[in-house]
Ligand binder design. Structure first.
Ligand code: CA2
Length: 152
């Protein structure tokens, strides 16, 4: 069975607990459950990792490649704007990585406008709240299984 990894970066374990005006009221656990259920519905194995540590996120990407994952939904959080090491990790794996942001990073403080990850990701979804993870899942599914193959 093909496998999908949901990877979340620093502070996203606090989702739903602070700043609901920016990030909404859903917890990370509920997001992981929702994407896990979608993955199951479409016949994927699913694994979720959240880490506050850059190296652990890099290791998770390498592990996904070594374990033959089909793709990754990745919210690098604040590392989006700073981490060349994570950018290199995304470039170093051959599997598709979709960059997800809950908020519209382009409409916030200027330091958030740049993503150093984006050029190595298959695409970026930002500004649709936690629904962005679902949008990312569908994009990844189509990428893996093919366009127009909705039941697959
Ligand atoms: O919009 C996004 O998904 C971000 O990746 C979230 C990051 C932020 O640094 C990026 O610029 C955009 C921050 C994640 C922190 O999440 C929190 C959630 C609830 C309470 C506090 C922080």
């Amino acid at each position: 069975m093909q496998k999908i990894l949901l990877l979340n970066g620093p502070n996203l374990n606090r989702l739903g607990k602070r700043e609901p005006d920016i990030y909404g009221a859903d917890t990370l656990e509920s997001v992981e459950k929702r994407i896990g259920a979608l993955a199951e519905k479409y016949g994927f194995d699913f694994h979720a990792v959240q880490s506050n540590h850059e190296g652990d996120l890099i290791d998770a990407l390498h592990q996904a490649e070594d374990d033959s994952y089909a793709g990754v939904l990745f919210n690098p959080a604040a590392y989006t704007h700073t981490s060349y090491a994570l950018r290199d990790a995304v470039a170093a794996v051959s599997l598709p990585v979709i960059e997800i942001h809950i908020s519209n990073i382009h409409a916030r403080e200027s330091f958030r406008h740049q993503s150093v990850i984006a050029a190595e990701a298959k695409g970026q979804i930002a500004g649709f709240g936690v629904y962005g993870y679902e949008l990312g899942f569908y994009a990844l599914k189509q990428m893996i299984k093919g366009v127009g193959n909705d039941e697959a």
